[in-house]
Design a binder for this molecule. Structure first.
Ligand SMILES: Nc1ncnc2c1ncn2[C@@H]1O[C@H](COP(=O)(O)OP(=O)(O)OP(=O)(O)O)[C@@H](O)[C@H]1O
Ligand SMILES: [Mg+2]
Length: 401
């Protein structure tokens, strides 16, 4: 049985808006509501009981301000689950408007002479795909990346995914996106002849049940999708929209996806970041690692528009007697809470070599305990500890990064 799709149209009541409304109302199973905005009114969704599935916003005289307001609402999570179309009654738009529309989570930006036809086509595509371009609400993605090679990102990604599965009974997929040197299967002593590259090659025919043929299955219940053991994948070779579809498919079968990202800022990184509820940046107590983390946070927040609150800095292999202390690290990053994972090379390295999870091999290690605490926070079982306010000034040592 078909369910009605609720479409909210917001804007300033132009002729185009009227025309699109009349034509769209003839589509099957749609329920349309119009929200007319007055000057300076950016309450796109209004407070009625109408729960929209699709928002079509017609930009007015101050398009940048409207998109900024929309992006802000998106950052606050108010537009979650909404498929958003932006309609602009002009022949062209600057990069700034496009960027703002992307930050608001728009799946299309429509303008030009065929505005009405193009809007209806985009709407039909959304209805047909069943909102494939949007993350399914209630499903979580945690991305883990290191600020410098060997920082411990894969160790942490694996331990978190394992903890979600065993400790919190969350159905979890560990996605090894280090397509050249991924180690996730190795560290848990399992393998699968097929992997992510093969799954992407079959994406057109794949459903969440067929996806199971491509994952490696650990005895704990954790599933891993690794790159490829047969072929080497070069940067830029992976088809980002197809990978995005694969992640959306994973949301149907899993409650949590943990993505182990290589240290490479590319379209894959960008797409995964957009999907992520949390981005863990793993660093160590040395200047180059901290500078790289600082730069990475800058790129994520300023260039890619990621809300700062989604970033969780993790200081791995922490030694309390190190010359660069936690206070210095906090000062450099100017972030309110840094998770610390103590150094325990002997135990963690041994677990890796044996192909056993660190929770099984070294359950009492302070490093394991710290990662389990982080898993509790990410799974919503424990509140993060606020460490107070930190100075906004960067240490002169790190300035000019
Ligand atoms: N808290 C820790 N204490 C001691 N050793 C650790 C800790 N975390 C990770 N390691 C060790 O550091 C090494 C590198 O870890 P890992 O492979 O997770 O790093 P990575 O950041 O994913 O590296 P790459 O850049 O190759 O992807 C491993 O030998 C691992 O056992
Ligand atoms: Mg790694």
């Amino acid at each position: 049985m078909n369910q009605a799709i609720h479409i909210l149209m917001s804007g300033h009541g132009t002729d185009h808006m009227e025309t699109v409304q009349n034509l769209a109302s003839q589509l099957p199973d749609v329920n349309i509501k119009k929200k007319l905005l007055n000057r300076g009114d950016y309450d796109f969704l209004d407070n009625s009981d109408f729960k929209a599935d699709v928002l079509i916003h017609f930009l007015g005289a101050k398009p940048a301000m409207e998109l900024e307001a929309l992006a802000m609402q998106s950052r606050r999570g108010k537009l979650a689950r909404l498929a958003i179309l932006i309609v602009y009654d002009q022949d062209s738009a600057g990069a700034q408007l496009m960027r703002l529309a992307m930050q608001a989570g728009a799946c299309d930006f429509i303008m030009g002479p065929k505005l009405v036809d193009d809007t209806l086509t985009a709407l039909r595509t959304i209805l047909k795909k069943g909102f494939h371009d949007h993350p399914v609400s209630g499903r979580a993605l945690t991305a883990v990346i290191n600020s410098q090679g060997g920082g411990g990102a894969s160790t942490i990604a694996c331990a978190l995914a394992h903890a979600f599965t065993t400790r919190h009974e969350i159905k979890t997929l560990l996605l090894d996106l280090d397509l050249q040197f991924g180690t996730q299967c190795l560290r848990l002593g399992i393998e699968s002849p097929k992997g992510l590259i093969d799954a992407i090659a079959s994406i057109e025919t794949l459903d969440e049940v067929a996806l199971m043929a491509y994952v490696a299955k650990h005895s704990s219940g954790l599933h891993i999708l690794h790159g490829s053991i047969k072929d080497i994948s070069l940067p830029g070779e992976i088809d980002v929209p197809q990978l995005k579809r694969l992640i959306e498919l994973a949301y149907k079968g899993y409650e949590h996806v943990v993505a182990d990202l290589p240290r490479l800022i590319d379209p894959v990184f960008n797409m995964v970041l957009e999907q992520a509820n949390h981005v863990i940046i793993v660093m160590q107590q040395d200047i180059s690692s901290l500078r790289a983390a600082q730069r990475m946070i800058q790129i994520m927040t300023q260039d890619l528009g990621l809300p700062l609150e989604r970033i969780m800095p993790v200081l791995n292999r922490y030694e309390s007697k190190h010359s660069i202390g936690l206070a210095e690290v906090e000062q450099v990053l100017t972030l309110p809470a840094i998770t610390v994972i103590p150094n325990d090379f002997k135990q963690l390295c041994m677990a890796f070599n044996l192909g056993i999870s660190i929770a099984e091999h070294a359950p009492n290690s302070p490093a394991t305990q710290a990662i389990l605490s982080l898993a509790d926070i990410l799974s919503g079982k424990k509140k993060p500890v606020k460490l107070g306010l930190f100075k906004q000034l960067l240490s002169p040592l790190f300035s000019g990064a």
